[in-house]
Design a protein around this ligand. Structure first.
Ligand SMILES: Cc1cc2nc3c(=O)[nH]c(=O)nc-3n(C[C@H](O)[C@H](O)[C@H](O)COP(=O)(O)OP(=O)(O)OC[C@H]3O[C@@H](n4cnc5c(N)ncnc54)[C@H](O)[C@@H]3O)c2cc1C
Length: 572
């Protein structure tokens, strides 16, 4: 039975006693277990939970000497299960090892509107965000509260501030990492540009064990509007909206997304995301005001007014499928003012109330600084639904989404699963009824593009995150009841989506462009036909491969196929 000597933290063995196996089964759970535990063989020989640096160093030295590979897990949110491994390999579980948070007391080298924060990889986004808020600071991140900074820095941190401020990873200045030789190094763009480039966007988990990042963040006080405009707003301003699902409302909102994506001159300060959640989502965690009994009653009346009695009976108190809107404007320069143009943009969303009286449940206007506003966009739940999933995240650089009919295409696909019509007008056994009652969707569609977008303008900042010319990233995740039959429903739905969202005649993207944070399908980044989805060209792949070869000469950090091939052995 494998064990690391002189190791202070806990170790859980796959093949221990019955009691040890129980523990192992408990700690071997992560996001992708529901879907890939068997397919991607997510069963390391040993799970180790280091207490401090010495344990991590001991693990790296032990693994290298025993020719064993290490999968690194911080938050365990990699969708393909890449923070796990199998065979004789081990998993380093850092979920509790590095929770440090500190604003660094520097001689202010970053200017008055920034600060440097030392952050341990085991911090979840929600805790990092709360700490920044406490200090009136902010930085862009993705939306899932439980994702850890460890993986998030390497895969980017795509989220609501993408256009206005770029990716989380764009703000990392120093990476503290335990390297293959057991030595801790501080990696920066100036000291080691190749490795810095490769870690931030190249091949997560395959260069060493990162313990901390130093991140450059923004002072909220430097991003406040100064002049009152329409409605007395100065900005930053936001709308967080909630609607009962209807294809017409979705069409209106996604038309706003398409128009924004197609117009490359949209100023930097605007960010827009449309999400959807299926029936049964505990909506009060996204909209806490619904915990108020009077507010809840008001909303229930609207739901009763909008949905058929027979459907309400079936819902039996569960919340119906909903559309959620995140719209934000932040003044990013002294000249930015909350004026008529900004107000008009928000009016697109406010005005839906007039057309869809019952379906419009909440339109919250947010007028607060960015350290408070960023927390509003975080999704405070471990997983959307406690079910297996078939995932898709597509990105595009199209600037003709509206003209090409993408809105109708994507609404048509979503409607197949969301519309209560399938329940009301078909019967148990009918395909429509079965898919409606056994599949759930989580959708997230976000604008990133334009000449003024920081996501785009950060393209040459020394990181390797791919597809910086993306205008929109859309995630369509289909959760399904357990079982082969229901998995097939989800797979068929996604296969059809693939044929619509990608290809020469697609209204969304001519090219299959995937993101490491939203991986799906074949996960072997050694195959050319697969890595071409994730990286722009062979030059980039080779550059990453060279950095891999140098950083991981013994294969210690190559624990599964979701890794760029070390260049010396690659065939590109
Ligand atoms: C429900 C959900 C919602 C999400 N929403 C978003 C979103 O809005 N925006 C977005 O950008 N992403 C999103 N993600 C993806 C997520 O940001 C990435 O998968 C991220 O890499 C997860 O980091 P982690 O540490 O939690 O996961 P892990 O699975 O632990 O790690 C992810 C990868 O990084 C490596 N890694 C982790 N920690 C370290 C370390 N300390 N040193 C070296 N390598 C390490 C792992 O080996 C693995 O390859 C979401 C994921 C889920 C499941």
């Amino acid at each position: 039975m494998a064990r690391i000597q002189d190791f202070d933290g806990m170790q859980y063995c796959r093949d221990g006693t019955a009691a040890e196996k129980q523990d192992y089964a408990y700690f071997n759970q992560q996001y992708a277990t529901s879907t890939y535990e068997i397919d991607h063989n997510m069963c390391p020989n040993l799970i180790v939970q280091p207490k401090r640096d010495e344990d991590v160093i001991q693990t790296v030295n032990w693994a290298r000497d025993n020719k064993v590979a290490i999968a690194i897990k911080s938050g365990g949110h990699q969708y393909s299960g890449a923070s796990s491994t199998s065979g004789k390999n081990i998993q380093v579980d850092l979920s509790n090892t590095y929770k440090d948070l500190m604003v660094l007391d520097t001689q202010d080298p970053t200017g008055q509107d920034k600060a440097l924060v030392y952050v341990g990889v085991s911090n979840q986004i929600k805790d990092f965000n709360a700490y920044l808020k406490h200090n009136q600071l902010f930085v862009p991140t993705g939306q899932c509260a439980y994702v850890c900074v460890g993986g998030h820095g390497q895969t980017g941190g795509y989220g609501q501030l993408g256009r206005s401020f770029g990716l989380f990873g764009d703000h990392i200045r120093i990476i503290r990492m335990v390297c293959h030789d057991g030595i801790i190094r501080d990696i920066s763009k100036s000291k080691d540009p190749e490795l810095f480039y490769a870690i931030l966007g190249g091949s997560p988990g395959n260069f060493g064990i990162i313990t901390h990042y130093i991140v450059e963040v923004y002072q909220a006080k430097s991003y406040l509007g100064t002049v009152s405009g329409p409605n007395g707003f100065k900005g930053p301003h936001g709308i967080k909206g909630l609607w009962i699902y209807s294809p017409e409302i979705l069409k209106s909102l996604l038309t706003a997304v398409a128009q924004m994506a197609d117009d490359s001159n949209v100023p930097r300060g605007f960010d827009l995301c449309v999400s959807l959640l299926s029936i049964d989502f505990p909506i009060t965690i996204l909209f806490p005001t619904l915990k108020n009994a009077g507010e809840w009653e008001r909303i229930q009346d609207k739901i009763k007014g909008a949905l058929a009695d027979q459907f309400l009976e079936w819902l039996n108190g569960s919340f119906p499928a909903v559309i959620v809107l995140y719209a934000q404007w932040c003044p990013t320069s002294k000249d930015d003012k909350y004026d008529e143009t900004v107000d008009e943009w928000f009016n697109k969303f406010r005005n839906l109330k007039g057309f869809f009286k019952n379906e419009t449940l909440i339109i919250h206007e947010l007028e607060e600084d960015m350290s408070q506003m960023t927390g509003r966009w975080i999704f405070p739940k471990q997983r959307e639904f406690d079910l297996p999933y078939v995932k898709r995240t597509y990105s595009t650089n199209s600037r003709t989404l509206e003209k090409d009919g993408w809105v109708d295409d994507v609404v048509g696909r979503i409607d197949l699963i969301y519309n209560p019509h399938h329940f009301l007008h078909s019967n148990p056994g009918d395909k429509e009824y079965e898919v409606f009652t056994h599949c759930k969707l989580s959708v997230q569609i976000q604008c990133y593009g334009g000449e003024n977008s920081r996501f785009y303008l950060n393209k040459d900042n020394g990181t390797s995150y791919s597809w910086r010319d993306s205008s929109v990233v859309q995630t369509l995740d289909c959760f399904h009841d357990p079982g082969v039959k229901y998995k097939q429903y989800a797979e068929r739905w996604q296969a059809k989506n693939d044929s619509i969202m990608v290809g020469p005649s697609s209204s969304f993207s001519k090219q299959d462009r995937r993101l490491l944070w939203g991986s799906y399908g074949d996960w072997d980044l050694g195959k050319r036909e697969i890595w071409e989805y994730y990286y722009e060209d062979a030059d980039k792949y080779q550059k990453l491969g060279k950095a891999r070869d140098k950083a991981d000469p013994n294969g210690t950090f190559t624990a599964n196929p979701f890794a760029v091939l070390a260049f010396a052995t690659s065939d590109v």
